[in-house]
Design a protein around this ligand. Structure first.
Ligand SMILES: Cc1ncc(COP(=O)(O)O)c(C=O)c1O
Length: 390
């Protein structure tokens, strides 16, 4: 049988990246005790009242078809959130509620990318970006960022990478995998380049609430001049530890939303009202559990950096935000991929090779901060031990 070209474009962008993790799972199911640092799935339970709200609304009959762009209550909650964040009036017609950031990314790309258009992004980048660009017929245009400069994309490097086919800058701050967080000044410089070359900015802000130390979250959407070209994609998957809710959104100009809604409606025909209610509730309240999760991730990252501090062969910088740390294994002479496989086989620790996130991740491991400090410290002891043996 013949299949559409999109299936060929997307083949090879899936399971290969996760091969170490999949093999780790297989070993664990055979009874081997493994330490998993591979997947960014929050390990803490969500605030109980969010679950109660979802259950209450479901019981109350909020299980009918929803408005295609999202129910009024969740869009009102989002308007409140972004009005507070940007300091400008952001209206309810500037949002589309969608099942998670991933769907929002897909819808955004389908709305602004034509076949052959280039989508620029810092390399290393989140593992699904190539696929979501290719699905829309676009061409990923990775821009290497320097690990020794904290993996920050420079406006000058962005400008050099632009071609007549460049259409979009896909940015992600705080970044998965690198933990880099753009400053407002960096965003303004990058934004000026995007304005000069009339690029859309798709800004993946799924880790917006998780910044550490002196890092402060900033978005291109906050910059008034960039509002019309910025498409924010985000969710409560990470911030409130409910990835299975698939609760996310697009925040953009009203014009963008009008153009995008037919794309999302042909795909989804609306979301689940009771989950939209629970998301509105989550966005409208403050939760001690959410603060505690953030503190936990930061403490774990500090524990990791400290545990590797005495190694001569491997090192890690404190991330500025997000749920991940890049461990630099370049001094061992191995690729991230080869190191990750040996770590799995010889030390029962499961990580992601940096190369799974693009060539810019070469010679690194990406680890998720989703296990306790003791386990992280033990994993680091084994990582350093393997590095010494190499
Ligand atoms: C950078 C980034 N974007 C998007 C997603 C997907 O998030 P969601 O659960 O909201 O679809 C993830 C999940 O790990 C992520 O790390």
């Amino acid at each position: 049988m013949n299949f559409a070209k999109v299936t060929a474009r997307l083949s090879g962008l899936g399971s290969e990246k996760w091969a170490v993790h999949i093999e780790g799972r297989r070993r664990a199911s055979d009874g081997r005790p493994m330490i998993f640092l591979s997947i960014g799935e929050p390990d803490s339970p969500p605030p109980a009242t969010i679950l109660e709200e979802a259950a209450r609304q479901m019981q109350a009959g909020r299980i009918r078809y929803a408005e295609g762009r999202g129910e009024a209550n969740v869009r009102r909650a989002l308007a409140g959130l972004y009005t507070r964040q940007t300091g400008r009036a952001i209206h309810e017609n500037q949002f589309i509620y969608l099942p998670g950031t991933q769907t929002a990314l897909f819808a955004a790309m389908m709305t602004v990318v034509d076949e052959g258009d280039e989508v620029l992004m810092a390399d290393p980048y989140y593992a699904t970006y190539e696929g979501v660009i290719a699905a829309a017929g676009g061409i990923p245009a990775p821009i290497r960022v320097d690990p020794d400069q904290g993996f920050h994309l420079k406006a000058t490097d962005l400008e050099k990478a632009i071609t007549p086919r460049s259409r979009v800058l896909l940015m992600n701050s705080p970044s998965n995998p690198t933990g880099a967080v753009f400053t407002r000044a960096e965003i303004e410089k990058i934004g000026a380049v995007c304005e000069r070359h009339d690029l859309w900015i798709v800004s993946d802000e799924v880790y917006a609430t998780m910044t550490y130390g002196n890092a402060v979250f900033a978005s291109p959407f906050d910059v008034p001049a960039l509002e019309k070209r910025t498409i924010v994609v985000s969710s409560i998957s990470k911030s409130h530890a409910v990835p299975g809710f698939r609760s996310g959104w697009i925040a953009a100009s009203a014009e963008f939303c009008e153009r995008c809604i037919p794309v999302t409606e042909t795909m989804l025909f609306g979301s689940q009202p009771f989950l939209e209610d629970a998301t509105a509730f989550a966005l409208g309240h403050h939760f001690a559990e959410v603060d505690a999760m953030k503190r936990n991730y930061e403490a774990r990252a500090r524990a990791l950096v400290k545990a590797l501090g005495s190694s001569r062969k491997v090192s890690a910088r404190m991330p500025e935000g997000g749920m991940f740390v890049m461990i630099d294994v370049r001094k061992t002479g191995l690729t991230g991929e080869a190191f990750a496989w040996r770590l799995l086989e010889e030390e029962d620790v499961v990580t992601m090779p940096g190369e799974s996130f693009g060539a810019g991740g070469a010679g690194h491991l990406r680890v998720a901060l989703t296990v306790g400090e003791d386990e992280i410290t033990e994993a680091c002891r084994r990582i350093a031990r393997l590095a010494e043996r190499i």
